[in-house]
Design a protein around this ligand. Structure first.
Ligand SMILES: [Cu+2]
Length: 294
């Protein structure tokens, strides 16, 4: 596999992160594979400015996505056209309160050409509306009402967002350490392999109580990532175990890591990340930061 071909993924992970925390209309970060069926789950996180509720959502469908089916929402009227899908609340009671989040889902087929698709979404409220329709010209642009971005990835690039990754420091002579991260696969995937130049072997581990002893062991068959449900690898839970370390891992350096995934159709995809070395997780106590052993 050509490494330069994989390079855009790191950029994608960085670019997608801010969208996940803002309260705009968004799709789950992580992208989708070109040519695939894709469930576009538009997340509406708040009502229009000064409004009490959202009463309607209209998604304008860009070229490169052909709608197959939109999911109905109880109490709302669904209308589907080739170039738009809309949901409208039938009553004030059915409207989406400002404090609640909801997903509006459109299933369709993606273009076979990798690139970026922009879905423009008109949100109507009890008072006013918000048109999420501005396309960012550059990654640094922060429009007030951004259109919803979808990264359409080449086959071989994992449609998985890797965020908050870190690896625990290791002193010279130490044989193993753990790596932790949050993985989000919008269409679902399975983490099946990890490799890094700093360790001869890397495994996915789980923690299991055996009697009253907590033990860790390799996860058979890989780690399942359900669609649109981020999975956290953390100390005391699932983690990546780096074994037979070839060097000390010092706080401040980064460790290149290649994660291999299999999607629902059995195709392999790869994510390459540079993972910072840290002493402990945020808020983690001193005792827990001792390197765990096998
Ligand atoms: Cu382990």
């Amino acid at each position: 596999m050509n490494p330069s071909f994989l390079r855009p993924l790191a950029l994608l992970a960085a670019a997608a992160a801010p969208a996940a925390v803002s309260a705009h209309v968004t799709l789950p970060p992580g992208g989708a594979t070109a040519g695939d069926s894709y469930a576009a789950a538009f997340r509406v996180g708040h009502a229009c400015t000064g409004a009490r509720s959202t009463t309607g959502i209209t998604v304008r469908i860009p070229e490169g996505f052909s709608v197959q089916k939109a999911e109905p929402r109880p109490g709302w009227t669904l209308a589907t056209a080739p170039d738009s899908v809309s949901w409208r609340a039938d009553s004030a009671q059915a409207a989406l309160p400002a404090a609640e989040r909801a997903e509006f889902v459109v299933r369709g087929k993606l273009t076979s050409k990798p690139g970026t698709l922009w879905f423009k979404v008109l949100q109507t409220c009890d008072v006013g509306n918000a048109d999420w329709a501005e396309v960012a010209a550059a990654a640094t642009d922060k429009p007030a009402f951004p259109a919803v971005r979808l990264d359409v990835l080449a086959p071989g690039v994992a449609a998985v967002e890797v965020r908050d990754a870190w690896v625990r420091l290791a002193v010279k002579g130490q044989s193993g350490t753990g790596a932790f991260m949050t993985l989000a696969a919008p269409s679902g995937a399975r983490l099946v392999g990890i490799s890094t130049p700093v360790a001869a072997l890397a495994e996915i581990h789980e923690m299991k109580m055996e009697g009253d002893v907590m033990r860790m062991r390799a996860v058979a068959g890989g780690l399942e990532l359900p669609p649109r449900q981020p999975v956290e690898l953390k100390p005391g839970g699932h983690h990546v175990m780096l074994m037979d370390l070839k060097k000390a891992l010092v706080v401040g350096e980064t460790v290149p890591m290649t994660l291999e995934f299999v999607d629902g159709a059995g195709r392999k995809g790869v994510a390459r990340v540079d993972v910072p070395v840290r002493a402990a997780a945020a808020g983690e106590g001193g005792a827990a930061s001792a390197p765990h052993r096998h």
